[in-house]
Design a protein around this ligand. Sequence first.
Ligand SMILES: *Cc1c(COP(=O)(O)O)cnc(C)c1O
Length: 471
Amino acid sequence: MLPLTPRIAPITRSVLDEGELLEQLVEGFGSPVNVVLPQSAGANVARFLDVYRRRRLRGRIHFAHKANRSSALLRQLSTTDAGVDVSSLEELQHALSSGFPPDRILATGPKDRAFLWLAAQTGVTVAVDSLAEISDIPGRNAKIMIRLSGFVSHGVQMVSRRSRFGIRVGDLDTALDLIDGRAELVGLAYHLDTVAVAEKAVAFEGALAALDKCRARGLRPWTLDIGGGYGVNYLADGAQWERYTSALAQAVLGNRPPMTWNGHGYGLRAENGTLRGSLTVYPAHRGAAGADYLDQLLDTPAPGQRRPLGDLLLDHMYDLDVEPGRALLDQCGLVLTRVVEVRRQDGDLLVRVDANARDVSTEEHGVLMDPVLLGKDEGEGDNDGEGEERGAYLLGNLCLESDLITRRQVRLPRTPRTGDLLVFVNTAGYFMDFVATTAVRRPVTPMVALYRRDGRWRWCLDENYWPEGAP
Ligand SMILES: *Cc1c(COP(=O)(O)O)cnc(C)c1O
């Protein structure tokens, strides 16, 4: 069993140190409990702002709301300089009621008429996703961006994955014809669901060229919105990640004992003794993530013009808008679960927690990291070697073979006991409620906000959290 130790920032560490408080939360609400740390989000915004300041960039950092439903996080973010990117009527309503003024809201994703109506009525900028949406925009005064996709690289051959979103770059002229005085074009946008810098550089340069094309037609767009996808570094140790992934390949080939449930290969498979496929997990250890990744992207030479993308942007005097979701929620939440059963089966240690794979959806999102085991008598072993590190499979509470919190054998510092708390850290971005289900009549997981005030940790229900002070 090889460890994948999570990266734990000081704020998360200080929450984990509040064992008694966490125990009371699970006792009071039942397992699992989603915990959000709204005050941590402001620090992430500040890191992005710092990149803007150093590079003298203008533009806005929009939090991609879809990464978490929390009201506390949204209200806290509304007190910063960040805007918010909403992708449904309900998210738009939530943003308006969480303190965001319309000029700091951006409506993205596929939209229905109600969503378009409220966006236009309140003066929210709309990133149009299709030609049909342009015709559906009510009134004549809407502020819009056109979301583009299908950028092609000249020179080096590069495969970019097909996107179901956006208007194809080749259809830009048609889109501009459709707009024709019906709305104000404020900019062009794209969002690529990848952390691959090369793919993004192609889109960046392509979108700049498209902006120039708009200007040549007499329009005056001023901003380039490069979407989200800045990523999070989940692991404390890059060497662990290297060791784990190469060992997994060896296990798939049968050269070492299985490291996953039923020999699951995370995209790898053995065919006649050779390794096939490719690893489909998230690159959990990242050299540059979040604001550092943005910085790196802006230093990347444009594939065609060979000048750094950030310089090209300044040359053309465009604003830069970004839509980070996951990156702004780094170290902003955890999921608390209760261990309900510990059993040995065929030589393996199986630990069942009172939560399912949709409550802690790291597996669904391909993020592999170990949980943190809390417990009063940590390190106290008996002659069974309970005090020693061991590998365990984590089972969920659904009556379903596939309900494993992770198919990877995780590393625990000791054998857990029934009643212990097992905590999954850094789950605020997509892993706590995005795919949550009420299957088997399990209630929706309660969410609490944990915050520091007067030198100590306090908590309240997520919907009852209101940030301190006024702008
Ligand atoms: C999901 C999404 C984002 C956020 O992506 P992250 O990977 O969480 O940064 C930004 N923009 C759009 C349009 C999205 O759909």
